[in-house]
Design a protein around this ligand. Structure first.
Ligand code: PRT
Ligand code: ZN
Length: 287
């Protein structure tokens, strides 16, 4: 029996919390969730879940209160704690950008020289300005950054952008992308012994979930004369499965295809005589 549990800190409520909980669920981890609970234990995996504000997670992971955490890469860079990124998780994608009033004439970074910029990301912003040799005044505010220029608090903002509609509705335009961000799994660099073992079990499951999300199962029928060529296009995890059809001269081929290459491959398959192509999501994929 395992005596240790691994502790993972996730956002209590906000843009990361549903996807973080969902990732654990897809890893087959069942959580006993009470309402407004701050800590929960997994029922079938040695994992304890701490629900925190995202800004506090890097510090908790650095000091060992939690072993792992899920945060945006933007928070990882801003907090600059002694933690490592174990995995990029692919959700909550966004960017940290500089934006200025729509009516301003923007011709390059020199625009920001001597200007006042409102942001919740003073560390990332000041590193960026320093790297580009621009002297600006950074005005740190914790929320509703986008209203700062309208109320005369700043000349520009440095904020998270996703669809861009918040900037648009506040009369701002995005002029520079400072960084791209997505959710990342962070880890205390000193996990050892049993905790390291549980961590690698968890990583194994996350890998299987991610691989499955990136791939589709594909089934098709093809004339026997082109089955070799089709098999070469769809090598699958090891090699495709080929089964004879009841109809003479035809076979069914089953394989796995990368989501990214999907449309490219489909065109090629059709050219080679493939018919009745079915594409099915994969739940887990273990190599
Ligand atoms: O309460 P707590 O401190 O835990 O949460 P929070 O309010 O600090 O964070 P939250 O839940 O807003 O965001 C958590 C993480 O989600 C961020 O650190 C980012 O990594 C990521 N993320 C992804 C976003 C967005 N998309 C996003 N659109 N974080 C914030 N926004 C905000 C942005 O600040 C701006 O106000 O949404 C607005 C812009 O959105 P668009 O779609 O109008 O461009
Ligand atoms: Zn926060």
């Amino acid at each position: 029996m395992q005596s240790q549990t691994l502790k993972i800190a996730i956002q209590k409520s906000g843009r990361l919390s549903d996807s973080s909980k969902n990732l654990l669920k897809e890893c087959g981890i069942k959580i006993n969730n009470g309402k407004n609970q701050l800590v929960a234990l997994a029922r079938n995996f040695p994992l304890e879940i701490l629900y925190l504000r995202d800004d506090d997670i890097p510090q908790y992971v650095a000091d060992g209160t939690a072993d792992l955490g899920i945060i945006g890469k933007n928070v990882f860079d801003e907090k600059n704690q002694f933690v490592v990124i174990a995995k990029a998780l692919g959700f909550s994608k966004c960017r940290l950008s500089l934006a200025v009033p729509k009516s301003d004439n923007y011709e390059g970074l020199n625009f920001f020289e001597g200007k006042k910029i409102a942001t919740s990301y003073p560390v990332i912003l000041s590193n960026f300005l320093q790297k580009n040799n621009i002297q600006s005044e950074i005005h740190e505010i914790s929320g509703s950054v986008e209203i700062a220029p309208n109320i005369g608090l700043a000349d520009a903002v440095c904020d998270i952008v996703s669809s861009g509609s918040t900037l648009l509705s506040n009369g701002l335009k995005e002029v520079e992308v400072i960084m791209k961000s997505e959710a990342v799994l962070i880890k205390n660099p000193n996990l050892n012994g049993e905790k390291a073992k549980i961590f690698s079990q968890l990583m194994f499951r996350i890998d299987a979930v991610q691989r499955a999300q990136q791939c589709k199962y594909i089934l098709l029928n093809a004339p026997n004369k082109s089955i070799k060529e089709i098999a070469a296009i769809l090598p699958g995890a090891k090699s495709p499965t080929i089964l004879p059809l009841a109809m003479e001269g035809w076979s069914s081929l089953h394989s796995v295809v990368q989501e990214e290459q999907f449309w490219e491959v489909i065109d090629e398959l059709k050219q080679k005589g493939a018919e009745g192509i079915l594409v099915i999501p994969i739940e887990k994929m273990i190599l």
